[in-house]
Design a protein around this ligand. Structure first.
Ligand SMILES: [Zn+2]
Length: 304
């Protein structure tokens, strides 16, 4: 790698008047982890899983965001898990109490569910008024989207959009099924698949951001509190760094003005970048075909 310093020294050596430094924009990404569903206990139990996840953040000196679904952690043990995130300085955000689909339920029911979760999470020191819609479903119609936006603004919640979807929920679902059949299953192929998938998806959304003119934005990557990330998130972060990515703390990422953008088109489970692309008339046709349909065909072909 040619260092920035080396470049400057070289440029100065060429004759005093240094040319403008043209360098590739830095690729920045924050981990955001949803749900905190703590039931699955094969290979690692939920406490061990949480420890591994926090150790990985610690190793990478990363402060992530955890978007917590209240009903999954509304217990003595659940409280211990969320408290451990707060104590480690990771931002806690609201992901509703019940994890209903905001596009399908009545707006009033969802609003009450968000406020119920707000009461539950307010005791954690690192809790912020930041909210993520379950299934990234920000209301299915422009009217509903408008109602939710007004409600969130009234209660001072920021909407935590996603730019890079790791599609980890599908990968872990396949891996968990294999572990249920045989708890000693060799997971190496899942590791390889997942690491490659995240690197390719992150590059895709980086390129899409550049194409849309949002060069250099800090990306928010969607992951979940699951066994897949307990085992392999470290490999993912190492691989991303090898590809030139650097980690940016989630709180800092969401402070970027990019995350205040409010396209009129409903999100419908997508990256904010895909929604913006649609609004600019850019068809996101370059989305890697291997991960269309959540990567099902590719995983089938690999026997995963
Ligand atoms: Zn969720």
């Amino acid at each position: 790698m040619i260092s920035r310093r080396g470049f400057i020294v070289g440029a100065l050596a060429m004759g005093g008047c240094a040319p403008a430094i043209v360098s590739k924009p830095i690729k920045k990404i924050a981990v955001t982890m949803d749900d905190f569903s703590l039931g699955f206990d094969l290979r690692l139990n939920p406490r061990e899983r949480n420890e591994r996840i926090l150790e990985t953040f610690e190793k990478h000196k990363h402060k992530a965001a955890g978007f917590v679904t209240g009903r999954f952690v509304d217990s003595v043990f659940g409280n211990e898990i969320v408290q451990s995130w707060s104590d480690a300085g990771h931002m806690i955000g609201n992901h509703t109490y019940s994890h209903m689909n905001s596009s399908q339920e009545e707006v009033g029911i969802i609003k009450a569910d968000i406020l119920k979760n707000d009461v539950l999470l307010s005791k954690y020191a690192s809790y912020e008024k930041i909210f993520r819609f379950p299934f990234l479903a920000e209301g299915g119609t422009p009217e509903k989207v408008g109602e939710y936006r007004n409600f969130l603004a009234e209660h001072r919640f920021q909407n935590a959009a996603v730019t890079v979807d790791s599609i980890d929920w599908f990968t872990t679902d396949r891996m968990e099924k294999a572990l249920k059949v045989d708890g000693t299953t060799d997971l190496e192929a899942y590791r390889t698949y997942y690491v490659n998938a995240v690197v390719i998806l992150a590059e895709h959304f980086h390129n899409l951001a550049e194409q849309l003119g949002y060069t250099g934005i800090p990306h928010a990557m969607l992951m979940h509190h699951n066994i897949l990330n307990a085992l392999f998130m470290d490999d993912v972060l190492v691989a991303l760094r090898e590809q030139g990515w650097s980690l940016v703390d989630a709180k800092e990422a969401f402070a970027d003005p990019f995350y205040s953008l409010k396209p009129e088109t409903p999100t419908r489970g997508r990256s904010l970048l895909s929604v913006l692309a649609q609004e600019q008339g850019i068809t996101d046709t370059k989305f890697p075909s291997a991960y269309r349909g959540f990567g099902k065909k590719t995983m089938d072909a690999l026997g995963l």
